[in-house]
Structure formats: structure tokens, C-alpha cells
Design a protein around this ligand. Sequence first.
Ligand code: F6P
Length: 322
Amino acid sequence: IKNIGVLTSGGDSPGMNAAIRAVVRTALYYNLEITGIMRGYEGMITGDMFKMDRKSVANIIQRGGTILKTARSDDFRTKEGRERAYEQLKKFNVDALVVIGGDGTFTGASVFLDEFDVPILGLPGTIDNDLAGTDYTIGYDTAINTVVNAVDKIRDTAESHDRLFFVEVMGRDSGLIALRSGIGVGAEAILIPESKTDAGHLFKRLEEGRKDKASKIVIVAEGDDSGDVFEIAERVKEKFPNYDTRVSILGHIQRGGSPTCGDRVLASRLGVAAVESLMAGQKGEMVGLVNGQIAFTPFKHAIKHISEVNQGLLKIVEILSL
Ligand code: F6P
């Protein structure tokens, strides 16, 4: 390979810039050319690409978002869109790709790879941590720290007013942001889609919880199937009319901000490994980190929905929140 194209696609995540920097600098280290592709697969289709150099990625390791911008491309779902993308890659002499994103990104990469002879490797870039084949995705650590910082503040006011707060966090259909940040903030309960926490169980936990506790925090994953966070708060309010309840939805602050050192190092390691592995002839896989070691997982397996969570972590919530 001579010229690697790099793009970010899907929802952005803190650390994507660190990943881009690692890919660009590693390619240059090995005397390859490197082409930045704007707005994910959209830029591939429209030919919005440019040659990158060391300076293109200067001073970005600490910045949230992605300098290459990102999009969820509808056109790339069509055969015609992918053909146009392939023509553009040829035009710009791009002969390999590193795509940084989540399940949508890898689904697109997998289809493209089946149709065209362009080696692709993926880096897991999503705050949701919902990809198989890596212990952590790039952006997850920063997102959970953002949640912890925000909920610590909510805890202050909850404590002053003796309130019960329901805090909704992101994660799409995964509860991994809720689970880890919930432990980090000492939540009284966590509602996640991977565990059937029905309303009855929640009532019981709140009832059994220490009566003298001034504040209570329930972390609700946005994908939890027990309903909308406002509905859950309403049901609890009906059951315990004495509770002063409030709802807080953290929203997109979870996607922004300067990446933690953990995310920067993860992105750097994976970025270097992706370029070296492309050079060694690998393709069709996500590069992740499992037990501290670089690991490769075929795209089709990486995007498998993870419906199991670490039961030990759930147990920790049960034990520690009383
Ligand atoms: O996949 C990342 C994520 O932030 C999810 O946690 C969330 O459900 C979704 O993206 C939000 O997407 P959008 O930014 O398009 O509203």
C-alpha cells in the first residue's frame, strides 16, 4: 500500500483526534502517503479529501470532536453511492483505509470490502463502548468521566434538598456508560437494558435503602426498556409521594470535551497498530485492546450487539448502594 485514507464516521467521540493523529504520523513514519477524508463516507462519495502531513495533526491530541468532521451517510448505504466512493478513492490514489467509528461505520466498511478490493481496518470510536473485541472504545473513558463530574454536581444539590434524582445517560441500546459511571458516583440504583430491572425491583431498592440518606441518585441508561426517564420518575413519585424527585438528562455533553489520558493512549496505540497491520496485509477487522494487548476482530463480529454485562459490576451496585 502507498496511500492510506483516514475518516471518522457516526457519532463523534473524544479521542478521535488522537486516533487521527496516530494514523497520520504512523503512515508518515513509514513513508506512506496519507489522505484525510471529510465527513466520513460522505466525503468519500463527494471526493472531499486532502493530503495530510505532520502539521495537519499538530496540537489536536487534546481536542474533543474530530477535525475530519463526521456524518452518518445515507448514500453510502446504496450500491451507487459506494461505487462513486470507490471511483473517488481511485482518483485520489487511496489504496487502503482506516475508518474510525462504531457499528454503523463497520457495517459500511464490511459491505464496501465485500464489493471492492480496498483493504480496510477499523478503530473503535464511540462513547457507547458497545463493540465486541475491545475492552474499551475510544471516547468511553472520557464520557464516563464527564458523567461522573456532572452527577457529582447533581449530588451536591440533591443532598441539600433531600431529593431523588433520575439521571439519564447516553449509550443507545447499551447500558455500559450507565453501569460504570453509576458505580463511580455511588448511585443508589442503575437501570440498564442488559438487566431486567423492573419497576417493582426499583421500588424495593429505594424502600430498602437507608431511610436517613438525604440524596438518592438513579442512573437510567437511555436504552433501558423500563420506559422513558420521566415515566420512571413519575411511577416512583406515585409510589413514594414523599420523595422530592427530579429528572436530569445529560445529553450531548457526554460526547464532547478533552479526552482523558486513557483515551489518548488507547487511540494512539490503536492508530499505530492499524497502520502497521494494514502494511502487513490485514483487512476487514477492527483493531482493539483486550487485556492490554492489541486484538483483531472481524467487522461482522465487532458489531454484534453485546447483551451481557459484567454481573460482578451489577452486584457491586447492589452491595455498595445500601
Ligand atoms: O452512539 C453515540 C451516541 O451518542 C449514543 O449514545 C446516542 O444514542 C446517539 O449517539 C445520539 O446520536 P445523535 O448525536 O445523532 O443525536
